[in-house]
Design a protein around this ligand. Structure first.
Ligand code: SAM
Length: 316
């Protein structure tokens, strides 16, 4: 099926939110309420249902990448099974985004199941800042998870959301850690989502401000941006590469190729659009194609405009 819009955008990457609950309470994602903290008794959608949805989408879109996310995907009980199911569909790149809290014990099974790439969210290198960002104290668990993933041969990247007044002193410590472990790091500008909708500006540490901080220690040159990449990349004189995902100050909607599937079986064409489009096992091919066209129309032309829905529901 030919599905693209006037900018030539297609859906080639599917992000699958396996569940909308998490074991961390990151301040840009959750309110830290008791309700959120105890929400993990929600029934989980079975792996076979996810694989069925992904297979039908793959038939229509010829997907190149599936990324598992959430919520926290390592809390999804059938994670190895769902990875195996997607691998069997022949989709080239199987990736995951995780906080790595449970990765130390799960990495070998995930690698075995077919996972190749993992983006670990790590927003601080000291325990106090880590706590300020995640409302959790055990930074060491995330670091141990990263080490085990590397030892298993997983391709690890780090994502660090930067917030003014919270972890803006962590740019250089995070960079030093990533360089020392030879891991690619991307800093993220905070996005106006969920409870930050309408007032994320006060926390925005911009791409320019992040670069200014890095320039106090390194010389670097900008690399050419690859089409549909979320990040801009730079290389230091020593050969280390780092990236910035400038959601706010240098948006990249124009060649976004991402479609999202949430834990309730809805598809979303854009993070900026709260309107969920329910996929149903009984959709005819024509109905499914109609839904994909609706999702394509949700895409923004230029810029992410914010959303009242937190990333943990729609899938980060
Ligand atoms: N629990 C997993 C994790 O922590 O990586 C996966 C889900 S999390 C929602 C996925 C990504 O979304 C993380 O990299 C997180 O930092 C990012 N994220 C969530 N809310 C955000 C916001 N308001 N602004 C920028 N990034 C955000």
């Amino acid at each position: 099926m030919e599905l693209n819009d006037k900018y030539g955008r297609e859906f080639k990457t599917l992000r699958v939110s396996l569940l909308s609950t998490c074991n961390l309470g990151c301040v840009y994602c959750t309110m830290g309420t008791e309700e959120e903290e105890t929400a993990d008794h929600k029934p989980q959608t079975p792996a076979a249902v996810f694989v069925g949805h992904i297979a039908r989408l793959h038939e229509q879109l010829d997907l190149k990448t599936v990324r598992f996310t959430g919520g926290e995907p390592l809390l999804y009980r059938e994670l190895p099974g769902v990875i195996e199911g997607v691998k069997a569909l022949g989709i080239g790149n199987i990736k995951m985004t995780s906080n790595a809290f449970l990765l130390d014990r799960m990495a070998p099974a995930l690698k075995e199941a077919g996972l190749e790439y993992i983006n670990v969210s790590l927003d601080a290198m000291d325990s106090d800042s880590f706590f300020a960002m995640t409302r959790r104290k055990q930074l060491q668990r995330t670091l141990k998870g990263i080490e085990t993933a590397l030892a298993c041969g997983l391709d690890v990247k780090i994502n660090s959301v930067m917030m003014k007044g919270k972890n803006d002193d962590q740019v250089l410590p995070l960079l030093e850690y990533a360089f020392s472990r030879n891991i690619r790091i991307r800093f993220l500008e905070v996005m106006a989502m969920g409870h930050l909708f309408g007032h994320a500006g006060q926390y925005l540490l911009s791409q320019d401000e992040i670069l200014d901080t890095i320039a106090t220690r390194y010389n670097f040159n900008k690399l050419e941006r690859k089409s549909s990449s979320t990040a801009n990349y730079w290389q230091t004189d020593e050969g280390h590469v780092f990236g910035i995902i400038a959601n706010d100050t240098e948006p990249f909607c124009i060649d976004c190729n991402r479609l999202r599937l949430d834990a309730e079986g809805n598809i979303h064409g854009c993070l900026s659009d709260n309107h969920a489009i329910l996929l149903d096992d009984y959709d005819t091919e024509e109905q499914l194609q109609q839904k994909l066209r609706m999702a394509m129309q949700q895409k923004q032309e230029v810029k992410f405009v914010g959303s009242e829905m937190s990333m943990m529901h729609i899938g980060g």
